[in-house]
Each structure stands twice: as structure tokens, then as C-alpha cells.
Design a protein around this ligand. Sequence first.
Ligand code: SER
Length: 320
Amino acid sequence: MTKILVTGSLGQIGSELVPTLRKKYGNENVIATDIRPNAPTFICEEGPYEILDVLNNSRFEELIKEYEIDTVFHLAGLLSATGERFPQKAWDLNINSLLSVLEFGRKYQFKRIFWPSSIAAFGPTTPKDNTPNETILQPNTMYGVTKVTGELLLEYYWQKFGLDTRCMRLPGIISSETPCGGGTTDYAVEIFYEAIEHNHYTCFVKPETKLPMMYMPDLLKSITMLMDADVAKLEHHVFNITAMSFTAEELVQEIQKHRPNFTVEYKPDFRQTIADSWPRSIDDSSARKEWGWKHDFGLTEMTKDMLEKLINSKKIFDQN
Ligand code: SER
């Protein structure tokens, strides 16, 4: 019986991954944790919810013992834009907590650990188009530095102690359940909320900015596939993964097909420099070969579904 602990459960990814894992493994077997006390009912009533600051080692270890955890999805972390404002905090949170998880994994003989890396592991010297799995990793953001370091730690614990660590370099994730915060790819999510609520968006990257992206249903599918993959077939522990790449302008045009009155102005800020340091498109052929990765949503399908989901959720007021 698998017993899973998820950190950062109330974040953009956690809030959708927890229900997915609970459906697959049973509500009681997935312990959602986050630093915030006010978890929404669908997280804290369907299964266990515990308050956890991932830098509090003794509390973390208590929970692992109490629930006999054997698998951790370690999602708590600071994203790229916030990381540039608070570099030391980004290092502490992203790396010190990962090191604790890896040490717990060794001590309690975890079956598996999932940790998300990011396209932020790449930098200005990395090839920008169809970026390979094995390539130059010289990021120029603190977030990127933590992602490269984390990848090396996962590899080290795998090689040295045989700990089964699995990791994907996530592109920008677009989703409708929980708004994101603190990232550079956030514009591709915010734009949908603003299109519905105000028919207008002020975009913080230039129209020609092109980045790799993925829609949440594909992300949930990919995490499940990677965690289920036969270890004997894995040549990597860190995988490039993607579903689509588009410019900010292409996204605007796609939204305008559904909402012709939608307007955008561009006011690039410090996040433009971060976006410019990342690849435009990703080669994820290793994921496709080693564990059968295949995406379902491109720009057209994602845009249609996002707008429908947000409007139907009634969480925001539709101006149309
Ligand atoms: N979406 C993240 C960010 O923009 C990248 O991993 O920071």
C-alpha cells in the first residue's frame, strides 16, 4: 500500500494533483500538506490535511512517521520572479527542504520521490529551440540555480543510495483551479482571468516572447505516467517535457477567436529578462521514448477548455 505525502498542496499544481492522487490511491492514502491553515474543503475534507512548513524538519519527520509515508511529491517552492526578489529565501526553501526530503527518503526507505524542475534550469547559453535533455545548464536566476542544484541532488541520491527520484523540467503550466503566483509564465494564466473579467490584459512580456507551455490535464497525466514508469526502462531521472510553444501574441489571437472584444497592451517588466533567458521550445523525446509521454492539449484545445472551465466555475464574473 502506497502512502503519499504532498508538500505545497494548496499551490497551483498541488491543488489539482492531490485530488488526482486521491482518486488513484484512495483518499486516506494521500496526505496533503501546506504551510497555510485555511485549506479549501475539497482538500481538507476529502482526506488528511496537515499544516507543514517544509523547513521545520522535526514536524516533517513526525508526519512521515505518523502516516508511514513511502512516497513524497515535493511541490513546495518559490518560483522565478519571487526568487529574484528573495534569492536567499528561494535557496533555503527550494534546496534545504529538498535535501530534507532526500534524507528522509534514505532513512525511511521511500519507494519514490517526485520533484519538479523547470525550464528555468536552462539559461542564456542553452540552445533556445528544441532544447535537448542533455545540454548546457547555466541559469542566471536564483530559481534556476536551485533547479540545477536540485537535479544534481536527485541524481546523486539515486547513484549513491539507490533512492528512486523522478523529476521533470516543467514548462509554464496553465490551469483554471488555483491561480499561480510568483512565476514568469504566469501571464499565460492571468490573461484568461483578465480576458473574462475585464476584456483587457496588461501583459508583462513582449508580444514576440515564446515559451514552452503545458495545460494542467496533461501535467497531471505526465506526473502519473512518470511515477508509474518501470524503473528498468528509465535511462534518466530528469526529463524535459512539453506540450506546446506559443508567443504571447499567438495566445492573445487564440483568445480573441472566442472573445473578439478582448484587448491587450504590453508593458514588459523585469520578468522579460527572465523569459528571454529560457528556451522557446523543448525536445522531450526522452520522455516520449522512455515512458511513453504524449500530450493531448495544444494551444487551440487548451484555450477553448480554459475559457469554458473558468466561465463555468463562476469563480470570476464574465463581462460578456
Ligand atoms: N512557471 C515557472 C516560473 O515561471 C517556471 O518553472 O517561474
